[in-house]
Ligand binder design. Structure first.
Ligand SMILES: [Zn+2]
Length: 145
């Protein structure tokens, strides 16, 4: 007895018809329609966006690179050092990425941090870098600068 297979498109009830034994759809249109349905279902189910992991890795690399540059320019423990902002840029420092921002309560000065290294902008192309090892404590404390 020959088994009658029905089209694998969930919106179609046509028999698959004759042809290869692994044929699943009655037509190419049904195959492509079902592929689109499957794709939509994956999105609804929260399938991870394939760009997320490479993006996170790239940002982590930028943050680590920034931290390394700050550590190189501000060596030592619990130190402060003022250098030219253009020097940081020459070293490929990426101002777009930082891990936290702190406002000094007395002066309102904003410090941006890449982990335990921070910086604030000064006039005349200068930047003040600080090393704040106490930031390595967990949980992070407010107003630590
Ligand atoms: Zn069909």
């Amino acid at each position: 007895m020959k088994e009658i297979r029905i089209c694998a498109n969930e919106n179609c009830e046509n028999p698959v018809g004759s042809g290869r034994s692994d044929k699943k759809f009655c037509s190419d249109e049904c195959r492509s329609e079902q592929n689109n349905i499957d794709k939509k279902k994956k999105k609804v189910a929260g399938a991870p966006d394939p760009r997320v992991e490479p993006y996170i890795e790239a940002v982590q690399q930028e943050l680590l690179k920034n931290r390394h540059i700050l550590a190189t320019c501000c060596p030592g423990w619990d130190t402060t050092k003022t250098i030219k902002l253009s020097k940081l840029k020459d070293m490929n420092f990426n101002l777009r990425y930082f891990t936290s921002e702190t406002e000094k309560s007395d002066s309102g000065t904003i410090y941006r941090f890449c982990f335990e290294y921070g910086y604030m902008f000064l006039p005349n192309d200068k930047i003040c870098i600080v090393h704040r090892p106490e930031l390595l404590n967990y949980p992070p404390l407010n107003g630590i600068v």
